[in-house]
Design a protein around this ligand. Structure first.
Ligand SMILES: C[S@@+](CC[C@H](N)C(=O)[O-])C[C@H]1O[C@@H](n2cnc3c(N)ncnc32)[C@H](O)[C@@H]1O
Length: 278
């Protein structure tokens, strides 16, 4: 669908420096060193936090000899967690410069700058100059990218033979109306939300071999419902820490997502594919 919207129409991507309010709440002053585990409860912008990242680490067997590319690294939560836990080198690619700047700062404060390299850019146009990765991973990012075929081809080409593609992503469980599609575009910048069969077959079409696939819809419906309810329950706390404008903005984002999961239309997938053809 052709449109003039920008990714910042998604409220989660406004006030991204709100993470510093949480860090202050921990009693840390600016530039004070941090440890990765202290900030994982608010630097993971996907579902089930580090549990989901652990799942990927274990399934792909990420270790210190590997170089991993994360597409859409946000403020760097998953990239830092992977590097810290496994010793792997992570190239963390993020489209939005404000998030990328925060990611650089947090990674430095966690003492991980040697292992996590933050890069600001668009995966669709970024030139890796022939570099091949051991795995390409992404959480809640690929649905933003309309040009899915180009995206998958670029992933395939940027992986070494035997490399892994891992994605946790949104999709549709039931067809969306035109009105719903435009709401999804505006509120979550949803550009690519196919059904699960289409999602899988597009991955296979570029040459990947699917080795794992899980429909996450029910689990994510639970997660997003609890997230919304618990954010509401702690309204006073969040207003004290972040102020009313941020509270209202995040609350309305969480409410929107909860609505679309619980009406059975929005769903999710966790998929792993391997490059075993050339
Ligand atoms: C929901 S956030 C998830 C961030 C991170 N993966 C996490 O789980 O904490 C998705 C991120 O993907 C980024 N993104 C979207 N399209 C992108 C592209 N074409 N290239 C690089 N990053 C992109 C967005 O800017 C956003 O920060």
């Amino acid at each position: 669908m052709k449109h003039n919207l920008n990714i910042k129409s998604m409220k989660l991507y406004n006030h991204v420096d709100r993470i510093y309010n949480e860090i202050k709440e921990l009693g840390k002053i600016n530039s004070e060193p941090l440890i990765v585990e202290e900030i994982t409860s608010f630097d993971q912008l996907h579902y089930y936090g580090t549990e989901a990242v652990d799942f990927a680490i274990n399934k792909i067997n990420i270790d210190s000899n590997m170089t991993i590319l994360e597409i859409g690294s946000g403020i760097g939560g998953p990239a830092r967690y992977i590097a810290n836990k496994t010793g792997a080198t992570v190239i963390a690619l993020e489209l939005q410069s404000d998030q990328n700047e925060i990611a650089i700062d947090l990674t430095e404060r966690c003492g991980l700058s040697k292992k996590v390299k933050h890069v600001c850019g668009d995966f669709l146009t970024y030139d890796w100059e022939g570099k091949k990765f051991d795995a390409i991973v992404s959480w809640l990012t690929l649905y933003h990218i309309f040009e899915n075929k180009i995206l998958l081809k670029k992933c395939f080409d940027a992986l070494r033979y035997g490399g892994f593609f891992y994605a946790e992503d949104l999709l549709s469980r039931k067809p969306f109306s035109e009105k719903e599609l435009s709401e999804l575009l505006e509120n979550i910048y949803g550009n690519y939300l196919p059904d699960i069969q289409t999602y899988k077959s597009e991955i296979e079409k570029v040459g990947f071999t699917l080795i794992f696939c899980q429909d996450m819809s029910n689990e994510w419906t639970k997660f997003t419902r609890n997230r919304y309810l618990s954010y509401n329950k702690q309204k006073n706390r969040h207003i004290r820490v972040h102020g009313e404008i941020i509270y209202n903005s995040i609350n309305s984002f969480y409410s929107f997502i909860d609505h679309y999961f619980s009406n059975g239309k929005l769903g999710g997938i966790r998929v792993i594919a391997k490059k075993i053809s050339t």
